[in-house]
Design a protein around this ligand. Structure first.
Ligand SMILES: Cc1ncc(COP(=O)(O)O)c(C=O)c1O
Length: 441
């Protein structure tokens, strides 16, 4: 049978990622343009971006420096082989990125996404121990409700049930810390919760169970985003770091969403004052314009690989598009934009207004918790009995109709607007959400 002709209203061929495909295709939501804080829909409406795309367009949309850098680069050097060859912008970008990170996070390995950054960091951690003669350290520790992308390593250390249960036995030798979300003690918190640092002590239990000599690394998101904004209790990350150091275990921070100004400092590393051995990033590195990710690696990890005959490859890993010239150009244009407009610290200035606006929704219909940090917010809703996620999804659809893009996960509304947001936009976002909640069953 011949296939139907490809027309603009034939939506069938594209199997959309993380989407309710059949629901979407009955009533598609299509963006055809974007500028500043707003998307433009196919039916000509402006929609306020409350989510920076997918936590990635930190400088907002259609930023001239990034557009121009990408256009110039494509015309000048479209691609250079990533293995055994290089091009100047990859080195320039790595140097500029490492200057943003505290020492010893002085080296950068390029990838194309957050998921690839996670796989890269996990492999680096296991290989690091092996090159130092501790080849038995292969075990990886993640955390319940963690999100580390969708590849096999990432879903193995991740802790979101729906992302794991369909895909077999995953990686062996993985264990999980408990998550830190505890509404009975920490509901309505602004910033870091007071209670819960003791959840880090579970790492001691896992070390007693498996022995430190079998554990390569612990990976956590400093602030868990995709699972509905779980903010680390005061003292928790510090304690994880201390236990890891004491037992020779590498600590990996997954900063795919917290990186590039989301918390009011360049990285969560600065915000929390805790420096891990490896940091995974993506998204905001290019303002979402071209796919790219990067793993920051501490000198002691990097140096461990720089041994043996110099003509040999030190780390058997990399992607055809690691450090792609166009992605590097986009990232350099992005860093220029962040620096010129002070965006890596803007969330700290706006934070109090953001927090007050969000917490004004306390008492709104269906709301059981509100929490915030930097320019991140979460509004947790009472689920409809027997129909989890339905109420929040209805809120998402209604907000879109009312001209505001929000994101929902489970029954939680998660907000992460571009860092260029103005107070008036914050008011529009919160007022729309209030009206939407009032209108929901
Ligand atoms: C913490 C974290 N890690 C990894 C990823 C995966 O990134 P990507 O979708 O670019 O593969 C995400 C995406 O949201 C994330 O939030």
């Amino acid at each position: 049978m011949s296939k139907p002709a490809l027309t603009s209203n034939n939506l069938d061929a594209f199997w959309m990622p993380f989407t309710a495909n059949r629901q979407f295709k009955q009533n598609p939501r299509l963006f055809v343009g974007a500028e500043g804080m707003f998307y433009k829909t196919a039916d000509g409406r402006d929609v306020l971006d409350g989510t920076a795309g997918l936590w990635c367009c930190n400088a907002g949309h259609a930023r001239p420096r990034i557009t121009e850098a990408v256009q110039r680069q494509i015309a000048e050097l479209d691609y250079a082989p990533a293995f055994q060859m290089g091009h100047p912008h990859a080195f320039e970008l790595a140097a500029r990125l490492s200057a943003l990170m505290p020492s010893p996070l002085d080296h950068v390995f390029f990838t194309n996404s957050g998921s690839e950054s996670v796989e890269t960091a996990l492999k680096m951690a296991i290989a690091y121990h092996r090159v130092r003669g501790e080849g038995a350290r292969t075990r990886l520790i993640g955390r319940e409700r963690g999100y580390h992308g969708v590849n096999f390593g990432g879903i193995s250390v991740g802790g979101i049930v729906a992302n794991r249960k369909m895909f077999g036995t995953l990686l062996g030798g993985v264990d999980h810390l408990p998550h830190t979300h505890d509404l009975s003690r920490n509901a309505w918190t602004r910033g870091q919760p007071e209670s819960g640092a003791e959840y880090a002590e579970d790492l001691i239990r896992l070390i007693q169970l498996h022995d430190a000599s079998t554990i390569a690394a612990v990976i956590v998101e400093p602030v868990a985003g995709s699972t509905g904004v779980l903010i680390p209790p005061k003292g928790y990350l510090e304690r994880l770091k201390a236990i890891c150091d004491q037992h020779g275990i590498l600590l990996i921070f997954d900063e795919v969403i917290t990186g590039f100004g989301r918390l009011g400092s360049p990285f969560a590393v600065d915000h929390f004052g805790v420096t891990p051995d490896l940091v995974t990033t993506a998204k905001g590195i290019t303002n979402g314009v071209i796919p790219m990710g990067a793993v920051f690696c501490a000198s002691h990890v990097h140096e461990a690989f720089m041994t043996g005959p110099e003509h040999l490859i030190e780390f058997f890993h990399g992607y055809t598009y690691s450090g792609h010239p166009v992605a590097c150009a986009a990232a350099l244009g992005t860093l220029d934009t962040y620096e010129e407009e002070g965006l890596l610290t803007r969330a700290a200035e706006l934070g109090p207004y953001w927090a007050d606006a969000l917490h004004s929704l306390k008492g709104a219909r269906h709301v059981i918790d509100i929490r915030n940090i930097g320019l991140i917010g979460a509004i947790e809703l009472q689920p409809i009995a027997g129909e989890p996620t339905k109420r929040a999804f209805s809120a998402f659809l209604k907000a879109y109709e009312a001209g505001v893009l929000i994101r929902t996960t489970g029954d939680i509304i998660a907000l992460s607007p571009p860092l260029i947001i103005e107070k008036g936009h914050i008011d529009q976002l919160v007022d729309t959400i209030r009206d939407v909640l009032e209108s929901l069953d």
